[in-house]
Design a protein around this ligand. Structure first.
Ligand SMILES: Nc1ncnc2c1ncn2[C@@H]1O[C@H](COP(=O)(O)OP(=O)(O)OP(=O)(O)O)[C@@H](O)[C@H]1O
Ligand SMILES: [Mg+2]
Length: 377
């Protein structure tokens, strides 16, 4: 039997829950409203966006998925947009139909269609003599007009959208995208990203072009009540047994962090002959921590001493009082150093504070790993 869990995009049976967010995203898109989907890394944004696009196609919408990352130039951004839109809007069409239906979608972007292992695939070549801003506006404008001409709603996902802020001309790009997008109602844009402070400031700062142009949806951990039956069913469908109590242990070790739920369940499944026990889950957890440790070392090596101390102290004891005397003495930091380190770690999405609760690590397994090893600094 094949392992039912995955560390790649989760689809179909590999995808657990998110019913509420899925329904909300579809509802917004059908009404032509744009949304921002935010969460820390590997919480399941891309999987959710793709599952939702599948739902929307079923409801008759045109859909497209554009991964903005990595983007090294303005021209590459336009090329990715053009390719993603043509690929998505051509969904369900036979290869032979595509040039006639979509070949002239853009005036200054040449599209080519071919067949690869997964079906028709598109490549986009930008006219070298046309300015990049003109190309960008043309691609966005034509995307919206195509949906209007077809009389269909559309949803375009821009994954890792915050990456456009890394471009040299990012402010001009932002302004230009926004001005085309707001002229049309036919396309709902779904902006997805993991650099939460970057995305929030794009959409919540009055001085930015995208201010207030989309509803913000935050993705949280997968809840125990959804994860437990999903894990037990995945084991059962593959001829193995995992009790609800043991599935609860997988959820609590991974704190519902989608990527770790999958990795831990997957390792536990590999170790299980017939019955997955709590002991197997603990063993899987130790293996997973070992596998993750070199990545964690790299994160630590990029931090200042004060940031490392703060991270370690918060891993051991999340607190809403990081300036209290006992926390300062435990972390061996001054008030000023804590202030600075908190800002830096929030900026990097390593720690967070939800609605005035404790400051805590975003990554549950990094927290577990830090508490299990004595600091080497
Ligand atoms: N709803 C879900 N149910 C079960 N597993 C999920 C779910 N969503 C995501 N995952 C798993 O979580 C991991 C991360 O998924 P995904 O790439 O969709 O997240 P992401 O937030 O887009 O990550 P990144 O920040 O790296 O872009 C994958 O292993 C995926 O299989
Ligand atoms: Mg993603």
């Amino acid at each position: 039997m094949q392992n039912p869990f995955t560390d790649k995009i989760a689809a179909g049976d590999q995808f657990c829950d998110r019913d509420q967010e899925r329904a909300e995203l579809s509802r917004l898109a059908r009404g032509g409203h744009s949304a921002v989907l935010l969460s820390p890394r590997r919480y399941g944004k891309s999987s959710l966006a793709l599952e939702t696009l599948t739902d929307m196609r079923g409801q008759g919408l045109l859909t497209a998925y554009v991964d903005v990352m990595p983007v090294s130039s303005e021209r590459e951004l336009v090329e990715r947009l053009a390719r993603g839109v043509a690929q998505g809007f051509g969904w369900g069409m036979a290869l032979g139909q595509l040039p006639r239906q979509l070949g002239r979608l853009f005036a200054h972007v040449h599209l080519e269609f071919s067949l690869d292992a997964t079906g028709p695939s598109v490549s986009a070549m930008l006219d070298p003599h046309t300015e990049v801003l003109q190309l960008l506006e043309e691609v966005l404008e034509q995307t919206c007009r195509y949906a209007e001409q077809k009389g269909r709603g559309a949803c375009v996902v821009l994954d890792e959208f915050q990456e456009i802020t890394q471009l040299e001309e990012s402010r001009v790009i932002e302004a230009s995208m926004r001005s085309v997008i707001q002229r049309h109602q036919s396309v709902a844009w779904l902006y997805v990203g993991s650099r939460r402070h970057l995305l929030r400031s794009m959409f919540a700062d009055r001085n930015r072009p995208f201010f207030d142009s989309a509803s913000i949806i935050e993705l949280h951990e997968l809840p125990e009540k959804a994860v437990v039956p999903w894990i037990t069913a995945a084991f059962a469908q593959t001829g193995k047994v995992c009790s609800e109590a043991t599935a609860r242990l997988i959820h609590s070790h991974s704190r519902g962090y989608a990527y770790y739920v999958q990795r831990l369940a997957s390792t536990a499944w590999d170790l299980t002959e017939e019955l997955c026990t709590d002991g197997i889950v603990d063993q899987a957890d130790a293996i997973l921590l070992r596998e993750l440790s070199s990545g964690f070392e790299i994160i630590l090596s990029s931090l200042s001493l004060a940031q490392k101390r703060l991270l370690q102290a918060l891993a051991q004891a999340p607190t809403d009082q990081p300036y209290a005397a006992d926390f300062l003495s435990k972390s061996q930091l001054s008030v000023g150093a804590v202030q600075k380190a908190i800002r830096a770690l929030i900026d990097r999405d390593l720690i967070e504070r939800r609605s005035n609760q404790n400051y805590q690590l975003v990554d549950a397994l990094l927290a577990q790993w830090l508490t299990q090893r004595p600091p080497t600094w």
